[in-house]
Design a protein around this ligand. Structure first.
Ligand code: C2E
Ligand code: CA
Ligand code: CA
Ligand code: CA
Length: 278
């Protein structure tokens, strides 16, 4: 790789070209996917630690590619964020989640919060109206919906972001702060945002109970949440040891493979009945 400089440069630019072609291929594929029913959602349940009841589910997008099979979001969301296409993906996701919620509501399910991941680029002044209109069109109470936003979203233009959050929160839709602890938001801002829940990132959960820093960070986030009267959920819970540490530390809610992987809607419905989640 590091041969003569001329070769090095030639190699580098060929590589860059390939990267660009790959990105353009994914982007046009994704554009096509949006119009041809290739996107779908899996739902991962969230549970209350206290009584083990299901309190909601996170909607996670997948791309069912005709040749490449099931493509995970990590392989196309970052690119869609870079190109702006994530806005259309987000519109599709909100629509699909509300359609699913309506179907579950009509089937007699009690309301659970379906959480939608919202990228920074989608977090614009038109979002609250879109959320309101979509809820109205599907005749849904706001209790059916939650938006998960990341710390980086909050850092863009704080006053503008707070105004948007206030309007969403006024609808009765809850907001949770995803990947908490991985960004660099100042704790002092936390009290200014109308946030309901802090979500402890999987990178911290993974180290519990062996990594003392991860344990310290997780229990600190839990204690901050308590003091600010926020709910707190840990994601990526895979072991009983992690669960008992979180329970002892006062965590409210959990989500992770220990309980369930993200499931296609039909399997999610079956699990509700068979595992007694409902
Ligand atoms: P995230 O929001 O942090 O979602 C959690 C990820 O952790 C999901 O990966 C989930 O499947 C995975 N996970 C949950 N429990 C466990 C566990 O116990 N162990 C392990 N190893 N993993 C677990 P997924 O579905 O691949 O999604 C990756 C990321 O893609 C998400 O991270 C989110 O940032 C993004 N994403 C997914 N769906 C959407 C969407 O509809 N819109 C946007 N903007 N982003 C999305
Ligand atoms: Ca999330
Ligand atoms: Ca949450
Ligand atoms: Ca995360």
């Amino acid at each position: 790789k590091q041969g003569a400089e001329v070769d090095g440069v030639a190699f580098y630019s060929a590589d860059m070209n390939q990267g660009m072609h790959e990105r353009m291929r994914i982007e046009s594929g994704l554009r096509h996917a949006l119009g041809s029913n290739q996107l779908l959602l899996h739902y991962q349940p969230k549970f209350s630690i206290g009584d083990g009841s299901i309190i909601g589910a996170e909607a996670l997008v997948r791309w069912q590619h005709p040749e490449r099979g099931m493509v995970p979001p990590g392989e196309f969301i970052p690119l869609a964020e870079a190109t702006g296409l994530v806005v259309q993906v987000g519109e599709w996701v909100l629509e699909a989640v509300c359609a699913q919620a309506q179907a579950w509501k009509l089937a007699g399910m009690r309301p659970i919060r379906l959480a939608v991941n919202v990228s920074a680029r989608e977090f614009t002044a038109t979002l609250p109206d879109r959320v309101q209109n979509t809820l109205r069109r599907y005749e849904l109470e706001p209790e059916w919906l939650e938006l998960e936003i990341t710390e980086s979203t909050l850092m863009h233009n704080i006053d503008r972001v707070i105004a948007i959050m206030d309007r969403i929160s006024a609808l009765g839709v809850t907001l949770s702060l995803d990947d908490f602890g991985t960004g660099y938001s100042s704790l002092s801002y936390l009290k200014r945002f109308p946030i309901d829940t802090l979500k402890i990132d999987r990178s911290f959960t993974t180290g519990i109970p062996h990594d003392s820093s991860d344990c310290a960070i997780a229990s600190t986030i839990i204690s901050i949440s308590r003091q600010l009267s926020l709910r707190v959920i840990a994601e990526g819970v895979e072991t009983v040891d992690q669960l008992s540490f979180l329970e002892r530390s006062g965590c409210d809610e959990v989500q992770g493979y220990l309980y369930s992987r993200p499931l296609p809607p039909l399997e999610f419905e079956q699990a509700l009945v068979e595992k007694g989640w409902a």
